[in-house]
Design a binder for this molecule. Structure first.
Ligand code: C5P
Length: 235
């Protein structure tokens, strides 16, 4: 339940960095300002997966953003390996077989499965080109309902989707939102952005923030400012 989440754990800093050296340097700079990190394709495929174990041993939480999707048996074995690393969150694509396999395989571990409903870079035309007949918003809703029915622990969604999804799924699932931009920071390639405070008010449980922290002149100050904004929004 969202109310049980420690305020400091709601900020997840995306370690979108090219290797273990820069990632470790960033983790050291951020110190106790950040308790939760996300490791995605870039770092994971550059030798970063052992960092999951290292961070977990240091008392931090890790979101392995690996967006798994394969036949059920392969997904299940992958999920077991990620659980053994000590990760807290793992993403899978929101296909029924994939979600079912992932949820079954994480049983008994501390790992939570997050479903990616529809990638936020996809619009209705992209979906049609990929062979889907549903509009993006309808597919998000259908997949969110399937995820809930499968016992998936949470959803990755844009901050704009958070309020609607929260209404639909209640408080059983965690909503994790990227696309967060503190006032005054560059949007970069993100199109549908929200400030940390607005995203929390919209119902997001966790905020994923990359460049506004890791590209800041003072990453620790940037993280502290977001933590303060989250605290204020929760008050
Ligand atoms: O740098 P920025 O704050 O935009 O980073 C956001 C992070 O969230 C990136 O690691 C990106 O891959 C991830 N993400 C996203 N949109 C999604 C899913 C994940 O921006 N729909």
């Amino acid at each position: 339940m969202p109310s049980e989440i420690a305020a400091r754990d709601r900020l997840i800093v995306a370690l979108d960095l090219p290797g273990v050296g820069p990632a470790e340097a960033m983790i050291t700079r951020l110190g106790d300002s950040v308790t939760f990190y996300k490791i995605g394709y870039q770092l994971a495929f550059a030798g970063g997966l052992p960092l999951v174990r290292q961070l977990a041993a240091a008392g931090k939480k890790v979101f392995a953003d690996l967006k798994l999707h394969d036949i059920g048996n392969t997904v299940a074995r992958g999920v077991e390996s990620v659980a053994a690393l000590g990760a807290t969150f793992l993403t899978v694509h929101a296909y029924p077989q994939t979600m079912k396999a992932a949820v079954e395989a994480r049983a008994g571990s501390g790992l939570k499965i997050l479903a990616v409903t529809v990638l936020t870079s996809y619009d209705d035309d992209d979906l049609q080109a990929a062979g889907y007949r549903l509009a993006a918003s309808d597919l998000v809703e259908a997949r969110a309902r399937q995820a809930q029915a499968q016992g998936v622990d949470g959803l990755v969604c844009s901050p704009e989707e958070a309020a609607g999804l929260r209404k639909m799924i209640g408080h059983q699932m965690d909503l994790v939102t990227p696309g967060i931009r503190p006032v005054g920071s560059a949007a970069g390639d993100q199109k549908r952005i929200m400030t940390p405070a607005r995203a929390i008010s919209a119902g997001a449980d966790y905020l994923v923030v990359g460049r506004p922290v890791i590209d800041a002149a003072d990453p620790r100050a940037a993280a502290d400012a977001i933590q303060a904004e989250i605290l204020q929004a929760l008050a």
